[in-house]
Design a protein around this ligand. Structure first.
Ligand code: FAD
Length: 291
């Protein structure tokens, strides 16, 4: 099923996982997927390392297994920064052969060692896919503005361009202050971007993880969040519980406000995903029956 069709009954609730490292025990991801599929999410997306290589093969395999073994809709991510057009075609052909219908088309982060490819921006990949395939296309967006953008206006201009090129549905970068999301969504609608916008929520369960995210994504840490982090940073269990509670609070507010969907960055932690889902399950059902 094409994810864009899921929003006829919002809010959508989806999950994200990443493939195991090349030398890791593969059975772990399958245990994780087994537990996540009990949640009956609307879809599960699988990340893809921007450098391509073997990790990409795993993305396709896992996305295919999510559909075929666990009966859950899947989305395969695809960053294009170091791909040539023939390589992109080979990957997309393979995704099509595996029955994958949904692709999250991305640029990927620019790192010094990545070889340049034929695509400069996600919009180039989106156009490439739209001209040749029938995939449902998803794109990324940034409530706190992409770190490389010179302004919020510029970022929105390029986001609208991604939708004009063929993106059917958008998923946000994680944010910890819902006001950024509400302001961004309003400006996006005023700019004529009418694709469904899912809110990306990451339950923060350890301090190193959030420090890395803040550095990479330029996400602001609200005062209320910093207080929690400082209070519980040396108690793993307490920090995990506080991170879960914080995510539940964010999701509750977003659903009450009529968000199109929640995309939970699970960090491959089924326990955390279950605790969050259990807490918001009834809110999601009420949202669906109200539409
Ligand atoms: P783009 O849309 O190309 O935007 C990048 C910058 O260029 C922005 O500043 C934008 O305003 C500007 N821009 C966009 N289009 C144009 C244009 N046509 N001309 C000029 N400027 C333009 N990375 C991975 O490597 N693997 C993953 O699996 C992955 N999954 C992600 C999932 C989500 C939901 C999100 C939000 C991000 C994910 N990322 C992933 C990270 C992503 O690759 C980075 O954030 C990257 O820096 C930007 O990707 P993008 O697709 O938004 O790029």
């Amino acid at each position: 099923m094409r994810t864009a069709e899921l929003f006829e009954q919002k809010p959508v609730f989806s999950l994200e996982v990443f493939p195991p490292k090349p030398d890791a025990d593969e059975s772990v991801i399958y245990d994780t997927l087994e537990q996540l599929s009990d949640i009956h999410p609307d879809f599960i997306s699988v990340t893809y390392g921007a450098g391509g290589g073997k990790n990409g093969t795993k993305t396709i395999q896992i996305a295919s297994d999510i559909q075929n073994r666990y009966g859950v809709e899947s989305v395969a991510h695809l960053p294009c920064i170091s791909l040539t057009k023939p390589q992109a075609k080979e990957i997309l052909d393979r995704m099509q052969e595996c029955g994958i219908e949904n692709i999250l088309a991305l640029r990927g982060d620019i790192t010094g060692d990545a070889a340049p490819g034929d695509f400069l921006h996600a919009s180039d990949l989106i156009s490439f896919i739209r001209e040749r395939y029938d995939f449902n296309i998803i794109a990324a967006c940034y409530p706190e503005v992409h770190p490389e953008s010179s302004s919020a206006v510029d970022d929105l201009k390029w986001l609208r361009y991604k939708v004009e090129c063929g993106a059917d549905h958008l998923i946000t970068q994680l944010f910890l202050d819902n006001d950024y999301f509400y302001a961004f969504r309003e400006k996006a609608r005023i700019a004529g971007i009418d694709a469904p916008i899912e809110a990306g929520i990451m339950p923060v369960t350890n301090k190193r993880q959030i420090e890395r995210m803040v550095k990479l994504c330029g996400v602001e840490l609200p005062k209320k969040f910093v207080r929690v982090l400082e209070k519980y940073e040396h108690n793993e269990e307490a920090l995990r519980d506080a991170g879960i509670a914080y995510a539940i609070d964010q999701i509750t507010d977003l659903i009450a406000d009529g968000v199109d969907g929640i995309h939970l960055y699970t960090m491959n932690n089924p326990l955390v995903a279950h605790r969050i889902y259990d807490a918001v399950q009834s809110l999601i059902s009420v949202g669906v029956s109200c539409t």
